[in-house]
Ligand binder design. Sequence first.
Ligand code: PRX
Length: 632
Amino acid sequence: MARITSFEQYQEQYKKSVDNPEAFWAEQAEQFTWSKKWDKILNWNFTEPKIEWFAGGKLNITENCLDRHLPEKADQVAYYWEPNEPTEKAVQLTYKQLHEEVCKFANVLKKNGTKKGDRVCIYMPMVPELAIALLACARIGAVHSVVFGGFSASALSGRIQDCDCKIVVTSDGAYRGAKAIPIKAVADEALEICPGVEKVIVLNRTGSEINMVAGRDVLWEDEIKMVNADCPAEQMDAEDMLFILYTSGSTGKPKGVVHTCGGYMVYTHYTFENVFQYPSSGGVYWCTADIGWVTGHSYIVYAPLLAGATSVMFEGVPTYPDAGRFWQVIDKYKVNIFYTAPTAIRALEASGLGFVTPYKLDSLKVLGSVGEPINEEAWTWYHENIGKGKCPIVDTWWQTETGGILISPLAGITKTKPSFATLPLPGVQPILVDEKGNEITGNGVEGNLCIKFPWPSIIRTTYGDHERCRQNYFATYPNLYFTGDGCKRDEDGYYRITGRVDDVMNVSGHRIGTAEVESAINMHIDIVESAVVGYPHDIKGQGIYAYVICTNSKKDAETLRKEILAEVTKMIGPIAKPDKIQIVTGLPKTRSGKIMRRILRKVAEGELNNLGDTSTLLDPMVVEEIKAGAIK
Ligand code: PRX
């Protein structure tokens, strides 16, 4: 089926995808290389849940990302890699070179004992070898579990243990803006409590001094010299696991979202080509996400390669060496499609137009946004100053659990509206429900966003704990996948995501559970109890506000604050550091002992006179104290 090129075609495809989803997705799947065709297109129920797409089909996603393109695109660039430091040499990899590197590293993994089904933890900076490592795992049927390089040793060890990784791939160090990060030292600390890890493969990125553990650690550079580039692709069942990616929920520890091979491949590819209108909007694509998050998995690694696109991959940050870095890179590579997060847009807007005007930006055709709601002001700034008023903005709504984009305009086809993700993609059937799960029909309404039919890249399970997957996503409302997001549907039927309705925060586009931050804060010896909520933040979208009860420690508030920040950095990573910490003597609790977060949220938002009903509180005086000490 050809790419959608008009709004009428979108409507036709949408209708077809709802009337006959199986035929619709089978047609999409036909274009790929399968060593055996599927037996059944779709099996599903949302009760267990059990979801299978293309069951019985055999394939390897890397053959579809790489080998399939070699006859025509061997010498086309797959990745332009732009280093953190503009003066360092950039690297480019053609499809042929990437294929070779992936096969070689796949052989390195095998040589070090990795087998089909084994979990491999990847903890690396944004270097080409990171993409190579993911693809090498997929080549041999190993399951990658990438952990964002900004997570702490404690967060890393938790993820390694949860899915029982045998192998870790990491680097000596990492560069991020003006900072150098000792990645290997963090990994070593994590591995002290991970006896199941047998091998660590270390890439030399910064040339820094590192400790190598004899018998366990080997160097990427040494290993790669010992293997050849011949690595047949392991044939996987469509429903075999492709990767695990940890993400935060409203309770407990982060959970390992599982995606499988066939459906993920078909869906990410379909959405990439249609949302960004690749290739008609131009051949050079840049997604600024980190591969440590789902956006990087789907829209830096898999989908662009499946589509045979040329991508820019960037190691650094938007503000280093200055706030013109993104725009300079766009001009350097003549980027046509640019995909970034609202938090970056807001930060760059705040730096002033002086960093934008030196650049032409005339190669741009399509702009994308992902990860959090984009406010109207940021949308307009992006549209006018970066897109020069002529590039459509695709505000793409999706989640780690959805694998690919679910609600988004199609570039140049769907009429956009600032801060609206607009309409569901073909195959996606959203519904809004009230608290009790009753469907809210019609337009001009608001409710909790659910999806009522499976799309090919929907979450299959949470690793090692299927019940948790059921509880989290399929138990709130029977027979519906619950997203955790609130949503409006306006008079035109357009969807606008309003943010999480559970205890999950979205800080600079990073998903962080309040429970995780609380348990990190509670590790501090002087803290008795804490409660964490999100509040609106001009740049980050949401900031973190922590209320803490401490023992009679003699420490002054500033020392305590610094220590709490250090504790959170140690347990999770710097991204989860609270912006505001208020010391309190009690928390607003109901008679049954439940913290009334609604009140804490209102205080954090500065709405002190609009706290709603507080009559069910055990001790209403606590609220007065909290109001009096609220941090502006
Ligand atoms: O609240 C929604 C928000 O990010 C959450 C998913 O986070 P994560 O799994 O980390 O994946 C982020 C990248 C896909 C969602 O539940 N979110 C994501 N995209 C948007 C968004 N909120 C509003 N508009 C978006 N375009």
